[in-house]
Design a protein around this ligand. Structure first.
Ligand SMILES: CC(=O)SCCNC(=O)CCNC(=O)[C@H](O)C(C)(C)COP(=O)(O)OP(=O)(O)OC[C@H]1O[C@@H](n2cnc3c(N)ncnc32)[C@H](O)[C@@H]1OP(=O)(O)O
Ligand SMILES: CC(=O)C(=O)O
Length: 490
């Protein structure tokens, strides 16, 4: 079974995404290391910049086959050849809707042009995967005729595109049983997620004889996206016990990389790679997990390079509280644990998210411990405007030593956080800001804002918050709270 990753082509068609050459290279290297067979690096016809990017991926010395999308147009094939690609994903519209209204031709013309362009590409040394676009709305006999002519013209592989995501698993099984037994070349499946069935349809196609699946990291792609790499790979590995050969421990890291470089956030409840996929808040779950992880986890998070997280909130139980206190190195007797539990519940009832720093503050009050923060804010200044680079200077007291530092950023918040990170680098060099989230608690421009951050250091992750009417102060407060906690738990 092979995987064609099209994050850099269909994934890049996600509205708002445009990857530079360097970003494409970073993603291509990660995909290659993970072990995908083919990387569709882009559509060479798109622009000069796209051709430079594809060429850079082709010349990066990767193991994967590098592919460009092409229409059934010789000019497109010439542009792909300029990029030195190994293969083309040659796409012929096959439904009458696409043939008549989109490219204004007839069935015979499509059959003829698809075969001619296939032959042209083969004559120029390319591997050809001939795709039927909108195949799920095409006449099956006509589709098979296009494929048969393509194979006669030299096509190495064929592909069935469910272009607007209309398949259901039962129908997919019927189609791929028929195609895989009647075609003279291996067939691939390319699914879109318009009805949330892309992964299910892809798995059904593979089970019914497809030899290759098109996937994208985080399910990026046109409209609702494509079949997601992580869902397809992990369903096969974990649910079907099929060894895909993909380095599954790289899945989460690659998902984060793609999210960061494309600017498309992953929804918290996204299967496998969403922020909440291995995070537990409900007391009953945490109690169960402490006895056996399998009670409330379908698989171990480490398998895809993740870690489990227990968070506190309205649904916390005493088991979660005891666990969190233990992780903080704090000891509480039954009465103290009960009091901390009640205060956490009160925060939850007020609609608040209970961060690690909040729990620490509650616990320290209840246990009557006062710990002087290791990093204290003395003062900061920010310069921002439409004609200046946002710049911040900060004075901190770090472990009783005064440190003055400056930082620049994309905006004033970014600048001040960078300044803080530089100032504390002497005692906390590798603190990473994993997430930054801001909410306006009340309405209006003078609203109280709450900033929540997730910071990590050497694999230890903590959450902290700050609430002020000034977004910069709230951000500074959240980051300082979090840093103090992270430095202390070392
Ligand atoms: C389902 C998919 O994901 S398809 C892939 C989508 N990818 C892209 O669109 C890549 C980015 N696109 C582009 O940069 C531009 O659209 C270009 C350079 C390809 C073409 O730009 P233009 O020449 O201005 O054409 P425009 O975008 O307006 O229309 C698309 C043309 O391609 C034709 N076309 C569309 N699909 C195909 C196909 N598979 N085979 C042959 N021709 C096709 C259309 O009929 C239309 O032709 P026309 O201009 O002669 O009417
Ligand atoms: C080619 C392609 O991306 C599609 O038909 O969905």
């Amino acid at each position: 079974m092979r995987f064609l990753d099209t994050t850099l082509r269909d994934g890049e068609q996600t509205p708002g995404v445009a990857l530079t050459r360097d970003k494409k290279l970073l993603i291509a290297r990660a995909l290659d290391e993970m072990g995908v067979s083919i990387i569709e690096a882009g559509s060479a016809i798109t622009s000069e910049g796209e051709r430079n990017s594809i060429k850079a991926v082709t010349n990066a010395g990767l193991n994967a086959e590098i592919c460009s999308y092409c229409r059934i147009v010789k000019f497109d094939v010439d542009r792909a050849l300029e990029c030195d690609v190994d293969s083309i994903h040659l796409v012929a519209p096959v439904s009458d809707l696409h043939i008549k209204t989109k490219i204004k031709k007839d069935r015979d013309a499509v059959r003829q042009i698809a075969a001619e362009v296939t032959e042209y590409a083969k004559d120029h040394g390319l591997i050809v995967e001939l795709s039927g676009e909108d195949a799920s709305r095409a006449d099956p006999d006509f589709l098979k005729a296009v494929y048969a002519d393509g194979v006669d013209a030299g096509a190495d592989r064929l592909c069935f595109c469910d272009t607007v995501g209309l398949l259901v698993p039962e129908r997919t099984t019927e189609i791929f049983r028929d195609l895989s037994s009647s075609l003279k070349a291996p067939i691939s499946v390319h699914c879109h997620n318009d009805f949330g069935l892309a992964t299910a349809n892809t798995i059904a196609a593979l089970a019914a004889g497809a030899k290759q699946a098109h996937v994208t990291v985080n399910g990026l792609g046109e409209r609702a996206g494509n079949a997601s790499l992580e869902e397809v790979i992990m369903s096969l590995e974990w649910l079907y016990k099929y060894d895909t050969g993909i380095k599954h421990e790289m899945i989460y890291r690659t998902s984060r990389l793609v999210s960061r470089l494309t600017g498309i956030p992953v929804s918290p409840n996204k299967a496998l790679v969403g922020g909440n996929a291995f995070t537990h808040e409900a007391g009953i779950h945490v109690h169960g997990l402490l006895a056996d992880k399998a009670t409330y986890e379908p698989m171990s998070p480490e398998y895809i390079g993740r870690q489990r997280q227990i968070v506190l909130g309205k649904h916390a139980g005493r088991s979660s509280i005891s666990l969190a206190l233990k992780e903080m190195g704090l000891e509480a007797d039954d009465v103290q644990t009960e009091e901390i539990f009640n205060r956490v519940k009160q925060m939850g009832d007020q609609g608040k998210y209970v961060t690690d720093a909040d729990l620490q503050a509650i616990a320290e009050t209840v246990l009557d411990i006062y710990r002087e923060p290791l990093v204290k804010l003395e003062e900061f200044t920010i310069v921002s405007g439409n004609r200046v680079t946002p710049t911040a200077s900060i004075k901190l007291n770090v472990k009783d030593k005064e440190i003055v530092q400056a930082g620049i950023g994309n905006g004033p918040v970014d600048a001040v956080i960078n300044a803080i990170r530089r100032a504390v680098s002497s005692c906390a060099e590798d603190i990473i800001l994993e997430e930054y989230h801001v909410d306006a608690i009340t309405g209006g421009t003078d609203a109280l804002v709450e900033v929540r951050v997730k910071l990590s250091k050497n694999g230890k992750v903590i959450t902290a918050s700050g609430a002020r009417t000034d977004i910069i102060m709230a951000s500074v407060e959240a980051v300082m709270n979090g840093m103090n906690r992270l430095i202390r738990v070392e």
